[in-house]
Design a protein around this ligand. Structure first.
Ligand code: HEM
Length: 143
């Protein structure tokens, strides 16, 4: 990603990242199989768990992780740091039995959310897709 592309992705992300609970709710609503991988949420009513502190805590973890990675994007010097963090995430998720299909579902719902609640089109959409292609290549190499 060029510096300009990274800024476009961060700009799109900045508009939605404070909606962490709504984003996780959307992902679980569209993909109950993802919800069911969480021991603390499996089989529970989504509208009920959405109000619980543990739901917000987890939503914040995901959003903070993406914010951290995107803050490092667009600079050749920070590529090793990105790879280290994303490899860690990939290994943790492999150990939890998360599948490529689930990760793709997650990406799809998240991207739709950003499109509809922030702004993502033209060059910014292309930059967003390129960023996630890079992140996912590293995650998938761990599965
Ligand atoms: C933690 C499942 C995708 C970021 C977790 C945990 C589970 C899980 C079960 C442990 C929760 C806990 O112990 O409280 C899944 C499933 C996914 C998925 C089924 C399917 C798509 C993602 C994605 C990201 C992400 C795409 C980031 C972009 C995190 C982070 C943590 C976490 C940062 C906390 C750190 C850790 O324990 O690894 N995930 N996750 N997850 N997940 Fe995911």
């Amino acid at each position: 990603l060029t510096h300009e592309q990274a800024d476009q992705v961060r700009h799109a992300w900045d508009k939605v990242k404070h909606n962490e609970v709504e984003i996780l709710h959307e992902i679980f609503k569209e993909h109950p199989d993802i919800q069911n991988k969480f021991p603390q949420f499996a089989g529970k009513d989504l509208e009920t768990i959405k109000e619980e502190a543990s739901f917000a805590t987890h939503a914040t973890r995901i959003v903070s992780f993406l914010t951290e990675i995107l803050s490092l994007a667009g600079n050749p010097d920070t590529i090793p740091a990105i790879k280290t963090r994303v490899n860690e995430m990939g290994q943790n998720h492999r150990n939890r039995g998360v599948t490529k299909e689930q990760l793709n579902e997650f990406r799809h719902t998240l991207t739709d959310y950003v499109k509809h609640h922030g702004s993502l089109d033209g060059d910014a959409e292309q930059a967003w897709n390129q960023a996630f292609d890079c992140i996912y290549e590293v995650i998938f190499s761990n599965l």
